[in-house]
Design a protein around this ligand. Structure first.
Ligand code: 5GP
Ligand code: ZN
Length: 139
């Protein structure tokens, strides 16, 4: 185990519901989703935030975020998607391994990052991950 939970997920020493992986980037479901399907895209290389993120890793992270967002539109029947990077404590970053949030949205829904963390959960995360994985495999 390292002192970075996302490095542990990359290494496979911590569990995750992975929906996409390539040589540079992986994507997996957020453990406390703002909405079911909420996915995190991370470069395999560790960086704390935007200041030490290699630009090439940022490009790959965004490209995979775009892919996941498009897959969500069909797999999860969503109306829209937010792509978000929280950079720094003041911006609500809590895990200091750079990541891109891909958050599915439905018309008229209400979104609150700051809402009590305990109410953020998907009752069927395995089924959600399987749908998304299938759409990404076909993309
Ligand atoms: P941040 O606030 O740093 O932008 O977002 C960190 C995100 O990582 C949070 O939405 C949180 O729910 C998620 N997270 C924290 N620890 C874990 C974990 O061990 N596994 C997964 N899948 N997500 C995590
Ligand atoms: Zn890390």
């Amino acid at each position: 185990m390292s002192d970075c939970i996302f490095c542990d997920i990359v290494a496979g020493t911590a569990p995750s519901r992975q929906v996409y992986a390539d040589d540079d980037v992986i994507a997996f479901l957020d453990i406390r989703p703002v909405k079911p399907g909420h996915t995190l895209v991370i470069p395999r290389n560790h960086s704390r935030g935007l200041r030490d993120l290699a630009p090439a890793d940022g490009e790959k992270m965004f490209a995979v975020g775009q892919k996941v967002a498009i897959a969500m539109r069909t797999a999860l029947d969503v109306d829209g998607v937010n792509l978000v990077v929280n950079d720094g404590r003041a911006a609500m970053q809590t895990v200091f391994h750079t990541h891109l949030h891909v958050i599915p949205r439905h018309r008229g829904d209400k979104l609150s990052f700051a809402k009590s963390l305990v109410v953020r959960r998907d009752p069927h995360p395995d089924a959600t991950a399987a749908k998304l994985r299938r759409a990404l495999d076909q993309s």
